[in-house]
Design a protein around this ligand. Structure first.
Ligand code: ZDP
Length: 278
Protein backbone atom coordinates (compact mmCIF):
# COMPACT_ATOMS: atom_id res chain seq x y z
CA UNK A 1 0.00 0.00 0.00
CA UNK A 2 1.30 3.45 -0.88
CA UNK A 3 2.42 5.65 2.01
CA UNK A 4 1.99 9.44 1.95
CA UNK A 5 5.01 11.57 2.79
CA UNK A 6 6.02 15.23 2.99
CA UNK A 7 9.51 16.53 2.25
CA UNK A 8 10.81 19.27 4.55
CA UNK A 9 14.20 20.85 5.00
CA UNK A 10 15.93 22.90 7.67
CA UNK A 11 18.58 25.00 5.88
CA UNK A 12 18.95 22.31 3.22
CA UNK A 13 19.24 19.43 5.72
CA UNK A 14 16.35 17.51 4.18
CA UNK A 15 13.96 14.91 5.54
CA UNK A 16 11.05 12.73 4.49
CA UNK A 17 8.29 13.16 7.13
CA UNK A 18 5.78 10.38 7.72
CA UNK A 19 2.50 10.55 9.64
CA UNK A 20 2.94 7.63 12.03
CA UNK A 21 0.29 8.67 14.58
CA UNK A 22 -1.68 5.44 14.20
CA UNK A 23 1.13 3.07 15.26
CA UNK A 24 3.90 2.94 17.84
CA UNK A 25 6.49 1.43 15.46
CA UNK A 26 7.81 3.24 12.33
CA UNK A 27 5.89 2.40 9.15
CA UNK A 28 9.16 1.91 7.24
CA UNK A 29 12.07 -0.41 7.95
CA UNK A 30 15.63 0.95 8.03
CA UNK A 31 16.15 -0.77 4.64
CA UNK A 32 13.12 1.11 3.22
CA UNK A 33 14.60 4.34 4.57
CA UNK A 34 17.86 3.75 2.68
CA UNK A 35 15.90 3.34 -0.59
CA UNK A 36 13.56 6.29 0.03
CA UNK A 37 16.54 8.58 0.83
CA UNK A 38 18.49 7.63 -2.30
CA UNK A 39 18.82 10.78 -4.43
CA UNK A 40 18.88 8.87 -7.73
CA UNK A 41 16.73 5.79 -7.17
CA UNK A 42 14.39 7.17 -4.49
CA UNK A 43 12.91 10.45 -3.20
CA UNK A 44 16.19 11.82 -1.86
CA UNK A 45 16.84 12.95 1.73
CA UNK A 46 19.35 13.02 4.57
CA UNK A 47 16.93 10.97 6.69
CA UNK A 48 13.36 9.80 7.33
CA UNK A 49 11.43 11.12 10.36
CA UNK A 50 8.35 9.50 11.89
CA UNK A 51 5.71 11.40 13.92
CA UNK A 52 4.60 8.73 16.41
CA UNK A 53 2.19 8.89 19.38
CA UNK A 54 3.62 10.55 22.49
CA UNK A 55 4.81 8.65 25.55
CA UNK A 56 5.57 9.63 29.17
CA UNK A 57 3.15 12.56 28.89
CA UNK A 58 4.60 14.03 25.69
CA UNK A 59 2.56 15.14 22.64
CA UNK A 60 4.51 13.08 20.11
CA UNK A 61 7.47 10.76 19.74
CA UNK A 62 10.08 11.45 17.05
CA UNK A 63 12.09 8.63 15.53
CA UNK A 64 14.57 9.10 12.72
CA UNK A 65 16.56 6.88 10.38
CA UNK A 66 19.70 8.28 8.74
CA UNK A 67 20.06 7.68 5.00
CA UNK A 68 22.34 4.70 5.75
CA UNK A 69 19.56 3.06 7.82
CA UNK A 70 21.14 3.73 11.24
CA UNK A 71 19.00 5.32 13.97
CA UNK A 72 20.27 8.46 15.74
CA UNK A 73 18.89 9.51 19.12
CA UNK A 74 18.21 13.13 18.17
CA UNK A 75 18.07 15.51 15.25
CA UNK A 76 17.96 19.29 15.69
CA UNK A 77 17.01 20.41 12.18
CA UNK A 78 14.69 17.44 11.91
CA UNK A 79 12.73 18.37 15.03
CA UNK A 80 12.05 21.85 13.61
CA UNK A 81 10.68 20.13 10.49
CA UNK A 82 8.65 17.76 12.68
CA UNK A 83 7.11 20.71 14.57
CA UNK A 84 5.92 22.29 11.29
CA UNK A 85 4.69 18.93 10.00
CA UNK A 86 2.55 18.15 13.04
CA UNK A 87 1.21 21.72 13.19
CA UNK A 88 0.03 21.21 9.61
CA UNK A 89 -1.47 17.79 10.45
CA UNK A 90 -3.35 19.36 13.37
CA UNK A 91 -4.30 22.54 11.48
CA UNK A 92 -2.52 24.78 14.01
CA UNK A 93 -1.31 28.16 12.79
CA UNK A 94 -0.83 29.98 16.12
CA UNK A 95 2.46 30.00 18.06
CA UNK A 96 2.57 26.64 19.85
CA UNK A 97 5.07 24.51 21.78
CA UNK A 98 5.20 20.71 21.49
CA UNK A 99 6.68 18.25 23.97
CA UNK A 100 8.50 15.62 21.89
CA UNK A 101 9.88 12.35 23.21
CA UNK A 102 13.14 11.34 21.48
CA UNK A 103 15.71 8.63 22.18
CA UNK A 104 17.88 11.56 23.36
CA UNK A 105 15.29 12.75 25.91
CA UNK A 106 12.49 15.34 26.03
CA UNK A 107 12.86 18.10 23.41
CA UNK A 108 10.50 21.09 23.11
CA UNK A 109 10.19 22.89 19.75
CA UNK A 110 8.10 26.08 19.67
CA UNK A 111 6.56 27.54 16.53
CA UNK A 112 7.05 31.32 16.71
CA UNK A 113 4.77 34.02 15.25
CA UNK A 114 7.41 34.86 12.62
CA UNK A 115 7.42 31.29 11.26
CA UNK A 116 10.77 30.32 12.77
CA UNK A 117 11.05 27.53 15.33
CA UNK A 118 12.90 27.81 18.64
CA UNK A 119 13.87 24.47 20.12
CA UNK A 120 14.68 23.83 23.76
CA UNK A 121 17.44 21.31 23.04
CA UNK A 122 18.08 20.41 26.68
CA UNK A 123 21.42 20.33 28.50
CA UNK A 124 24.68 19.28 26.84
CA UNK A 125 26.45 16.23 28.27
CA UNK A 126 30.21 16.45 28.44
CA UNK A 127 31.69 13.44 30.24
CA UNK A 128 33.58 10.96 28.08
CA UNK A 129 31.26 8.11 29.14
CA UNK A 130 28.27 10.16 27.95
CA UNK A 131 29.68 11.10 24.53
CA UNK A 132 30.59 8.16 24.38
CA UNK A 133 34.33 8.08 23.76
CA UNK A 134 37.37 6.30 25.16
CA UNK A 135 39.56 9.33 24.40
CA UNK A 136 39.93 10.06 28.12
CA UNK A 137 38.79 8.59 31.47
CA UNK A 138 34.97 8.03 31.59
CA UNK A 139 34.30 10.76 34.18
CA UNK A 140 36.43 13.44 32.47
CA UNK A 141 35.45 16.02 29.85
CA UNK A 142 37.05 15.88 26.43
CA UNK A 143 38.25 19.43 25.84
CA UNK A 144 41.08 20.25 23.44
CA UNK A 145 42.38 16.67 23.36
CA UNK A 146 44.73 15.31 20.68
CA UNK A 147 43.24 12.84 18.21
CA UNK A 148 45.14 11.27 15.34
CA UNK A 149 43.09 11.05 12.12
CA UNK A 150 44.36 10.62 8.56
CA UNK A 151 47.98 11.20 9.59
CA UNK A 152 47.24 14.53 11.29
CA UNK A 153 46.89 15.34 15.00
CA UNK A 154 43.68 17.31 15.60
CA UNK A 155 42.70 19.12 18.81
CA UNK A 156 39.16 17.95 19.50
CA UNK A 157 36.35 18.73 21.97
CA UNK A 158 33.41 16.33 22.38
CA UNK A 159 29.81 17.19 23.26
CA UNK A 160 26.67 15.03 23.40
CA UNK A 161 23.47 16.86 22.42
CA UNK A 162 21.38 13.69 22.52
CA UNK A 163 23.70 12.48 19.77
CA UNK A 164 27.52 12.48 19.81
CA UNK A 165 29.69 15.26 18.33
CA UNK A 166 33.43 15.85 17.90
CA UNK A 167 34.43 19.47 17.23
CA UNK A 168 37.69 20.85 15.84
CA UNK A 169 38.51 24.56 15.54
CA UNK A 170 40.35 25.50 12.36
CA UNK A 171 41.52 28.72 10.68
CA UNK A 172 39.65 28.10 7.42
CA UNK A 173 36.75 25.63 7.15
CA UNK A 174 36.86 25.82 3.35
CA UNK A 175 40.34 24.24 3.38
CA UNK A 176 39.26 21.09 5.26
CA UNK A 177 39.10 17.98 2.98
CA UNK A 178 35.81 16.83 4.54
CA UNK A 179 35.08 14.31 1.73
CA UNK A 180 38.17 12.30 2.59
CA UNK A 181 38.59 12.71 6.36
CA UNK A 182 34.92 12.84 7.44
CA UNK A 183 34.30 9.11 7.53
CA UNK A 184 37.67 8.53 9.24
CA UNK A 185 36.48 10.65 12.16
CA UNK A 186 33.01 9.02 12.04
CA UNK A 187 34.40 5.49 12.31
CA UNK A 188 37.40 6.16 14.58
CA UNK A 189 37.70 3.37 17.19
CA UNK A 190 37.67 5.86 20.12
CA UNK A 191 33.96 6.49 19.32
CA UNK A 192 31.99 3.28 20.05
CA UNK A 193 28.70 4.79 18.70
CA UNK A 194 30.53 6.56 15.86
CA UNK A 195 30.48 10.38 15.79
CA UNK A 196 29.18 13.49 14.05
CA UNK A 197 32.13 15.73 13.13
CA UNK A 198 32.15 19.53 12.97
CA UNK A 199 34.90 21.88 11.80
CA UNK A 200 34.51 25.40 13.14
CA UNK A 201 36.05 28.69 12.12
CA UNK A 202 35.60 31.43 14.72
CA UNK A 203 34.81 34.59 12.73
CA UNK A 204 33.91 36.59 15.85
CA UNK A 205 33.06 35.59 19.42
CA UNK A 206 29.38 35.73 18.35
CA UNK A 207 29.73 34.25 14.83
CA UNK A 208 30.94 30.76 13.91
CA UNK A 209 31.33 29.18 10.47
CA UNK A 210 30.72 25.43 10.43
CA UNK A 211 31.08 22.47 8.09
CA UNK A 212 29.80 19.06 9.12
CA UNK A 213 30.21 15.37 8.37
CA UNK A 214 27.22 13.57 9.85
CA UNK A 215 27.25 10.07 11.22
CA UNK A 216 25.18 7.91 8.89
CA UNK A 217 24.60 10.68 6.35
CA UNK A 218 27.97 12.19 5.32
CA UNK A 219 28.27 15.84 4.27
CA UNK A 220 25.04 17.76 4.87
CA UNK A 221 24.14 21.43 4.41
CA UNK A 222 23.26 21.91 8.08
CA UNK A 223 23.11 20.15 11.44
CA UNK A 224 21.19 21.60 14.37
CA UNK A 225 22.59 19.39 17.11
CA UNK A 226 26.05 20.03 15.60
CA UNK A 227 25.60 23.80 15.72
CA UNK A 228 24.61 23.56 19.42
CA UNK A 229 27.48 21.18 20.23
CA UNK A 230 29.95 23.47 18.43
CA UNK A 231 29.00 26.58 20.38
CA UNK A 232 29.29 24.61 23.64
CA UNK A 233 32.75 23.51 22.51
CA UNK A 234 33.55 27.14 21.71
CA UNK A 235 32.55 28.25 25.21
CA UNK A 236 34.54 25.41 26.84
CA UNK A 237 37.62 26.52 24.86
CA UNK A 238 37.11 30.26 25.54
CA UNK A 239 36.53 30.96 21.84
CA UNK A 240 32.96 32.31 21.80
CA UNK A 241 30.16 33.65 23.94
CA UNK A 242 26.84 32.05 24.84
CA UNK A 243 24.80 33.80 22.12
CA UNK A 244 26.09 32.98 18.66
CA UNK A 245 25.09 32.88 15.02
CA UNK A 246 26.29 29.70 13.32
CA UNK A 247 26.76 29.92 9.56
CA UNK A 248 26.26 26.56 7.86
CA UNK A 249 26.48 25.85 4.12
CA UNK A 250 22.64 25.99 4.02
CA UNK A 251 22.17 29.17 6.08
CA UNK A 252 22.13 30.60 9.60
CA UNK A 253 21.08 29.26 13.02
CA UNK A 254 20.88 31.29 16.24
CA UNK A 255 22.09 29.41 19.30
CA UNK A 256 21.90 30.43 22.95
CA UNK A 257 23.33 28.49 25.90
CA UNK A 258 21.40 29.77 28.91
CA UNK A 259 23.44 30.39 32.03
CA UNK A 260 20.23 30.29 34.10
CA UNK A 261 19.16 26.72 33.22
CA UNK A 262 22.19 25.28 31.34
CA UNK A 263 19.94 24.49 28.34
CA UNK A 264 20.55 25.15 24.67
CA UNK A 265 18.00 27.14 22.62
CA UNK A 266 18.25 26.90 18.85
CA UNK A 267 16.26 29.11 16.47
CA UNK A 268 15.96 28.54 12.74
CA UNK A 269 13.62 27.85 9.82
CA UNK A 270 11.93 24.73 8.49
CA UNK A 271 10.27 24.68 5.07
CA UNK A 272 7.97 22.30 3.27
CA UNK A 273 9.28 21.29 -0.16
CA UNK A 274 6.59 18.94 -1.54
CA UNK A 275 4.24 16.06 -0.77
CA UNK A 276 3.87 12.70 -2.47
CA UNK A 277 3.15 9.00 -2.07
CA UNK A 278 5.40 6.00 -2.53
O1 ZDP B 1 23.56 11.67 14.98
C1 ZDP B 1 23.39 11.35 13.80
O2 ZDP B 1 23.54 10.18 13.40
C2 ZDP B 1 22.95 12.46 12.82
N1 ZDP B 1 23.15 12.05 11.45
C3 ZDP B 1 21.51 12.75 13.10
C4 ZDP B 1 20.99 13.92 12.35
C5 ZDP B 1 21.43 15.23 12.99
C6 ZDP B 1 20.84 16.40 12.26
N2 ZDP B 1 21.54 16.79 11.10
C7 ZDP B 1 20.64 17.63 13.14
O3 ZDP B 1 20.24 18.66 12.60
O4 ZDP B 1 20.80 17.58 14.35
C8 ZDP B 1 19.54 16.09 11.74
Amino acid sequence: MAIAFTKYHGLGNDFILIDNRAATEPRLTPEDAVQWCDRHFGIGADGVIFALPGQNGTDYTMRIFNNDGSEPEMCGNGIRCLAKFIAELEGITEPHAYKIHTLGGLITPKLEADGLITVDMGEPRLLAADIPTTLTAPTEKVVNQSLEVAGTTWQVTCVNMGNPHCITFVDDVAAIPLETIGSQFECHPVFPKKINTEFIQVVRSDYLKMRVWERGAGITLACGTGACASMVAGVLNGKCGRHVTVELPGGLLQIEWSEADNRLYMTGPAEKAFTGTR
